[in-house]
Design a protein around this ligand. Structure first.
Ligand SMILES: [Cu+2]
Length: 498
């Protein structure tokens, strides 16, 4: 039966001479596909009668290795639900902490006041409940939520405390785009993992792991070992992709040199569809892409690990583990008709970023491992660095009871950021920004819209940012490296908006 299908498929594909489809078939024939897990959808977009309940819990989860791993989950054995909300709503949440230690839940990418941001100051004690009323004020975007417990963010997020939020608005709901959840609209949470000889997820916070960030050697998609497979209708298919790795930069591509049609970045829709052969995603970044499955019988999304390598990564490169691997194979169901529309050429009105609107410029230097003073400060101020030395920003590690900067509400600024060494994904809470330059060059087209992540390596990265939401001294916003081990070691600062 399998041979028969493969042969029929091969003949059909040979007839259309599609290189993309052929490589997808090749990818499929080499490894078995697990079904793509589709996270539970909590649809709050048309209003809720009761608070949206999110239970942070300890659990056990089989990623597909055949063994149960000790994990954390949100209403689930690993990771969390997709929560759909709509602009203009005020969404009540009840976050129950049942993981047996202190935790927090940060709404990454949301334009909200500091007191509901879920950063390190909004700790939820074990057994406790946090009840934020979250106002949704921004345009449609794919955001997420994850642990932000200072010193424990890396371990808790790696353990599974992360979920995705779809923000919709009238424009996104009426757009000619795929929007049937789990049918033609899929959410992909990409992560790297390491499994021990018994197939259990392992995570050890050594000095090397803190220095380079955690670098797993296995790709998982929504908590399942890649590659995963999914059948889709004949038409447009939308993938909302989150890099939820602690530290891995990922490079995405499609089999057969098909272009990725990028329609949205962290903060919402691009002005128009941007086509690119490869899409690099830093930890914390989101992109939405469209595939036209009326043109393809099968398509494979490929992912390669890139970014900070360290010794483990270097060995991986030598052994060939860092080559592109198949994350997801989409197979068209010829009997199901989907959305047959052209790729949209007009998605949102996106005025060019205007650097002249900035009232001031600030400079940030991301520091790591330079000298005993930083290490001593990092340790004294409660950061988790182990033997990795200290990390900080502008010579200072994170200090919970110290506000580094005070912003004025409604004012735009240019933030210039550079790094001593390594590449760092930089994130600012409570806003979206526009990238003026990244690593010393203009941003690629897919990163030229609204963002809340910018990569910083050689040369300056510059963003134009405006602070529109208040944050008091008791609930300041964070700016930090999104390599979660770096963040826990002190590469983070705090600001108020008033
Ligand atoms: Cu970093």
């Amino acid at each position: 039966m399998q041979n028969h299908i493969s042969r029929r498929r091969f003949l059909e594909l040979a007839a259309v001479s599609s290189g993309a489809a052929l490589s997808a078939v090749k990818a499929m024939s080499q490894v078995p596909l697990r079904p793509l897990p589709v996270p539970e959808l909590i649809d709050a977009a048309s209003g809720v009668d009761a608070p949206v309940r999110l239970n942070l819990q300890q659990s056990r989860h089989d990623f597909g290795t055949g063994a149960a791993s000790e994990t954390l989950g949100i209403n689930s054995s690993y990771l969390g639900p997709v929560v759909k909300v709509k602009t203009g709503q005020q969404v009540p949440f009840e976050v129950h902490n049942r993981i047996g230690e202190v935790s927090t839940l940060h709404w990454h990418g949301l334009h909200i006041p500091g007191d509901v941001d879920g950063g390190p100051h909004q700790e939820i004690e074990p057994g406790g409940t946090w009840r934020p009323e979250v106002p949704v004020a921004q345009p449609a975007a794919t955001c997420w939520f994850h642990s932000h417990t200072h010193g424990r963010t890396a371990r808790q997020t790696h353990g599974g405390l992360a979920g995705v939020m779809h923000i919709e608005d009238d424009a996104s709901l009426s757009a000619d785009l795929p929007k049937t959840y789990g049918v033609d609209d899929f959410t992909l949470v990409l992560q790297d993992k390491t499994f021990d000889a018994q197939g259990r997820m392992s995570y050890q916070l050594t000095g090397e792991v803190i220095e380079n960030g955690f670098q797993g050697d296995q790709l998982v998609v929504n908590g399942a070992l890649a590659p995963v497979g999914q059948t889709v209708p004949q038409g447009l298919v939308r993938l909302r992709i989150l890099n939820a790795c602690n530290a891995r930069f990922l490079t995405l591509s499609l089999s057969g040199s098909q272009a990725l049609n990028v329609i949205a970045s962290d903060g919402g829709f691009l002005g128009s569809t941007f086509q690119t052969g490869t899409l690099e995603m830093s930890p914390g970044e989101r992109y939405e892409v469209l595939l036209d499955m009326s043109q393809l019988e099968e398509a494979a999304l490929m992912v390669s690990f890139s970014g900070n390598e360290g010794l483990g990564g270097w060995l991986g490169s030598i052994l060939g583990r860092n080559g592109a691997q198949t994350a997801l194979v989409l197979t068209r169901d010829p009997d199901r008709k989907g959305l047959t529309a052209a790729l949209p050429d007009r998605l949102a009105i996106l005025a060019p970023a205007d650097p002249l609107s900035a009232l001031r410029k600030r400079e940030f230097s991301l520091n790591m491992g330079d000298g005993e003073e930083l290490a001593a400060l990092a340790a004294n101020w409660g950061n988790v660095c182990g033997t990795a030395g200290g990390m900080g920003i502008n010579g200072r590690p994170m200090k919970m009871d110290h506000v580094n900067l005070q912003m004025r509400k409604g004012e735009a600024e240019i933030w210039r950021i550079q790094a001593d060494e390594q590449r760092h994904p930089f994130h600012i809470h409570g806003c979206s920004f526009r990238i003026l330059q990244q690593d010393g060059a203009p941003p690629p087209g897919h990163a030229s819209g609204w963002k809340d992540m910018v990569s910083v390596q050689e040369g300056w990265s510059e963003v134009l940012v405006r602070f529109d939401y208040p944050a008091a001294e008791t609930s300041p916003f964070m700016y930090h490296c999104h390599i979660l081990e770096h963040e826990d070691c002190g590469m983070m600062g705090q600001f108020t908006v008033g």
